[in-house]
Design a protein around this ligand. Sequence first.
Ligand code: SF4
Length: 255
Amino acid sequence: MATTTIKLARLNGEPEIFHSIQGEGVSMGIPSVFVRASLCNLHCIWCDTDYTWNWENTPWKHEKDTDPQYRKFKKEDYLIEMNTDQVAEKIAAIPCPRVIITGGEPLLQDEAWQSLIEHLSLKSSDYYFEVETNGTITPSHELDQKVHQYNVSPKLTNSGNSPTLRINAEALAFFSKSPKVWFKFVVASESDLAEINELITEHCLPRQRILLMPEGRDNATLEKRRLWLAEICREQGFRYSDRLHIQLWGSKRGV
Ligand code: SF4
């Protein structure tokens, strides 16, 4: 089996691999190992994993730019390159069969994930692999055969990305037909909802596979939006998801 290199987010000098509980979406509450890819093809202004892409000397804007303490990230401090067999060893040392491949945008490194999954699958047939993606890149057939679930979060106007960057009709056509896909959207306003409904119509997204989550990075904000959004889900046939990790851990990284 081919071993290749993979670019992961670096947290306190180590690759960002951690054992936690899935905090949102259809697998919420399930113990999981998270592996965070570095690099992203989008630049959402509110991104909370901006240390995967907002490198020094890049033009990207972030809402934290107004904070005098905020600095863009030194790539060499926040990106670590490793061999996939080494990453597999680290994951296999954690007694948990559910692996969530997140980012950044993991599908920028399609072949590397194939290799990692192959290494892990040789160690145990119990592994279940979820990929969290922004839905702009179609996975290869080879990777698709190895992945059990996709959590696809297309980005809306409020992300600050241009429509040509954040919407890829071909990739959405792939995901909308895949039985492995759950879509999830973070919703802050009525205009977000209108945009989601436009995307559903334009790209034939399956409404029964769509989860809506209230926007909020603290409990107080989530509290204000929960009932409002739950009512919308009831009326419009969406599935509701809370954001358990924010209730439990706030914005702390790597838990
Ligand atoms: S797609 Fe995800 S990782 Fe990339 S910038 Fe947006 S929120 Fe951040």
